[in-house]
Design a protein. Structure first.
Ligand SMILES: Nc1ncnc2c1ncn2[C@@H]1O[C@H](COP(=O)(O)OP(=O)(O)OP(=O)(O)O)[C@@H](O)[C@H]1O
Length: 250
């Protein structure tokens, strides 16, 4: 049996040529960030936790419950995928009502959630009338209406601009004081702002996991040198293209 405050997992998933094999225990407090480059397997790992990818030979324990063979809807979690959408034909209020009707337990906290996400002025609007940040607040509120024990967020800031991102951060920080969050991100700024613990993946493998304060300095140093290398490569490409054009023009 595992610690009550940990999610312990051992997953092994093959997607064509991609192989994810991860065994670790994640703290169930605050925000745990799953970090890595594009294609590292972050979303695949999150979907395994959600029960959306089967890993028949592994194991998964959440607060001493066996999750290995439990379907998604019985795990008591909420999963907010990248660019999660709202029903376009329903207002914000209608979207929340729909989620509440589908919740397993009787929802008594609708008003609380509306206040928490400052949604009162938006209730009568259609999803098309919301900014990206407002839409994300509704998506998070909708996820919370199911009263989850764990919230999974896949790139919660994708598709929204810097100002909206800054406005959304305190909502997620506040939520993380109420329930554990596991968040996928490839952006160290988000992780710095939110995460207490980091799981670093590369090519489907666990590279490191540690408290954010321990791991962030080395991740920052790596990401700076990656950025410099990418800029240099772009510079070389542009100079070669320019030289080619000059040759063509004689
Ligand atoms: N259903 C699938 N079938 C086949 N290959 C898949 C499937 N899902 C993901 N992959 C592949 O698995 C690898 C990991 O994908 P995943 O989405 O987990 O990476 P990621 O780290 O979340 O990347 P990103 O940051 O770009 O979203 C990728 O090479 C992807 O093409």
């Amino acid at each position: 049996m595992t610690d009550r405050n940990q999610l312990s997992l051992d997953v092994d998933v093959q997607h064509g040529a991609f192989h994810l094999a991860i065994a670790c225990s994640l703290p169930l407090a605050g925000v745990t960030a799953i970090y890595g480059a594009s294609g590292a397997g972050k979303t695949t790992l999150l979907r395994c936790i959600a029960g959306l990818h089967a890993s028949p030979h592994g194991h998964m324990h959440f607060r001493q419950q066996h999750w290995q063979h439990l379907p998604t809807h019985r795990r008591g979690l909420a999963y907010v995928c990248q660019q999660a959408s709202l029903f376009p034909h329903l207002t914000v209020s209608g979207n929340l009502d729909y989620a509440q009707r589908r919740a397993r337990r009787a929802g008594h906290q609708r008003e609380e959630i509306i206040a928490l996400f400052a949604l009162a002025p938006l209730l009568a609007r259609a999803p098309q009338q919301l900014s990206g940040g407002e839409r994300q607040r509704v998506v998070l509120a909708r996820a919370l209406l199911s009263q989850p024990q764990l919230l999974l967020l896949d790139e919660p800031f994708s598709g929204i601009d810097q100002a909206q991102r800054t406005a959304l951060l305190p909502y997620i920080r506040h939520l993380s004081q109420q329930l554990p969050i596991i968040m996928v991100s490839h952006d160290l700024r988000d992780i710095e702002c939110l995460a207490q613990h980091i799981v670093h993946l590369a090519d489907g493998r666990l590279i490191a996991q540690a408290p954010a304060s321990t791991l962030l300095p080395s991740l920052r140093a790596h990401s700076d040198s990656d950025r410099v290398a990418a800029l240099e490569a772009e510079n070389i490409r542009l100079r070669a293209a320019l030289a080619g054009q000059q040759r063509l023009m004689g």
